[in-house]
Design a protein around this ligand. Structure first.
Ligand code: FES
Length: 128
C-alpha cells in the first residue's frame, strides 16, 4: 500500500516520549522515539544497521541509543558512533533518522508529529 510521505503524522502524546525508548510505526516503517537528556525528542528508524534488531529494545547512553543485541551505539542523527570491541566503525552503520518533528496541539493535550523522509531509492543493478 502506498503511503503519503509528504505529510505530518502524529506518532505519540508528548508525555509518552520519555527516556525509555518507544516504538511506533509510520508509513510501514518502525521508528524508535525517545528524549535526549535535555528533553528533545529523537526519532531514528527502529532497525539497527547491523542485524535489524529493534533499537527500542536497547537502552540510552546519554543522548545516544545503544542496540540491545551487539551494542552498536547511534547518535541523535542515526550515525553509529561506537562498536563494542573494535575501533573501526563501518561507514554504512547508519540508521535513518526523522529530524523533522514538531509538537502539535491535540484535543486534550499535545502530541509529537514527524514528517517521514522519502524512501531510499536503490539504483537498479546491472545483470548479465
Ligand atoms: S543487531 Fe544491533 S548491534 Fe548487532
Amino acid at each position: 500500500m502506498p503511503f503519503i510521505r509528504d505529510a505530518w503524522y502524529v506518532v505519540a502524546w508528548s508525555e509518552e516520549i520519555t527516556r525509555t525508548p518507544l516504538q511506533r510505526w509510520v508509513c510501514g516503517e518502525p521508528i524508535a522515539l525517545y528524549r535526549t537528556e535535555d528533553g528533545r525528542p529523537v526519532a531514528p528508524a527502529d532497525r539497527c544497521a547491523h542485524r535489524a534488531y529493534p533499537l527500542c529494545a536497547g537502552r540510552l547512553v546519554g543522548d545516544n541509543i545503544q542496540c540491545g543485541y551487539h551494542g552498536f551505539e547511534y547518535d541523535c542523527g542515526g550515525v553509529c558512533v561506537r562498536v563494542p570491541g573494535q575501533p573501526r566503525i563501518p561507514p554504512r552503520a547508519v540508521v535513518r533518522s526523522h529530524p523533522r518533528g514538531r509538537a502539535v496541539p491535540l484535543g486534550c493535550g499535545s502530541g509529537w508529529a514527524i514528517r517521514p523522509r522519502p524512501p531510499i531509492r536503490r539504483c537498479p543493478t546491472r545483470t548479465g
